[in-house]
Design a protein around this ligand. Structure first.
Ligand code: ADP
Ligand code: MG
Length: 240
């Protein structure tokens, strides 16, 4: 579903990604971890064309992200993205937040978009909050709305960038539970997260990045059992 082939990226003279390669098969869950500044967010953003890269190739469902002929907005409409900060529209109700892209990008009718939004709100356990505004919900609830919003677009895969790292500890699990469910239903997912409990539960593979390099790309068991690199061992020792 996602192939990343020898991708390099620099900002001026600063090399942020060096020769990164990996693949995410349909239905696979890949967790990306590594120290702050190692290039995790940049790699994820390259996958749906939010950041350009100078070398290598990325394809999503066979579509080349770096090809200037590729319609990036069309591609992005099929790739769900959930960030650390939920980025809901504060002046719109939850239902309107869930409907707007369905109507504007997919051309669904208001009724159809609303029905789909309510169905997904129910799935994340928030149907009762449909008419509220984002500011009336907790951080964990807002992040679940953000996930529902992404799912409304019928994405072919989901990208997560530290979706729980801005949340109070008591709200982390309600978001992870939704992500675990999605994974178990077979969604293809690439998740930047340091929640190793989540990784242990549902990841097929774990990627460890350091200084713009993919240092480890292992099965979950190999990664948690005995990472190859000293850097990954030190990182795990710190966060577990
Ligand atoms: P991570 O998500 O692993 O913390 P990032 O992908 O956000 O890492 O950033 C990797 C490196 O690239 C960091 O050193 C960061 O300072 C640098 N960086 C990110 N965005 C920019 C930018 N727009 N211009 C220059 N440097 C950047
Ligand atoms: Mg980041």
């Amino acid at each position: 579903m996602i192939t990343i082939d020898k991708v390099s990226k620099h900002y001026g003279s600063f090399q942020v990604l060096t020769d990164c390669s990996t693949k995410v098969a349909k239905g696979e869950v890949v967790v990306v971890c590594g120290p702050s500044g190692s290039g995790k967010s940049t790699l994820i953003k390259c996958v749906n064309g939010l950041e350009p890269f100078q070398a290598g190739a990325i394809t999503v469902d066979g579509i080349s992200v770096g090809d200037p002929k590729t319609n990036l907005s069309k591609l992005r409409s099929r790739v769900g993205m959930v960030f650390q900060h939920f980025e809901l529209f504060p002046h719109m109700s939850i239902t309107d937040n869930l409907s707007i892209a369905q109507e504007k990008v997919l051309g669904r009718s208001k009724d159809e978009a609303r029905a789909k939004g309510l169905k997904l709100l129910e799935r994340v356990g928030l149907k009762a909050h449909a008419e509220k505004f984002p500011g009336q919900l907790s951080g964990g609830q807002q992040q679940r709305v953000a996930i529902a919003r992404a799912l409304c677009m019928d994405p072919i895969c989901m990208l997560f960038d530290e979706p729980t790292s801005a949340l109070d500890p008591e709200m982390i699990n309600e978001v992870l539970d939704v992500m675990v469910e999605l994974a178990q239903e077979g969604m293809t997912m690439m998740c930047v997260t340091h929640e190793m409990g989540f990784a242990r539960k549902v990841a097929n593979r774990v990627i460890f990045m350091d200084k713009g390099l993919i240092v480890e790309d292992d099965s979950k068991d190999a990664f948690f059992g005995a990472p190859h690199s000293e850097r990954a061992r030190q990182f795990l020792a710190k966060i577990l």
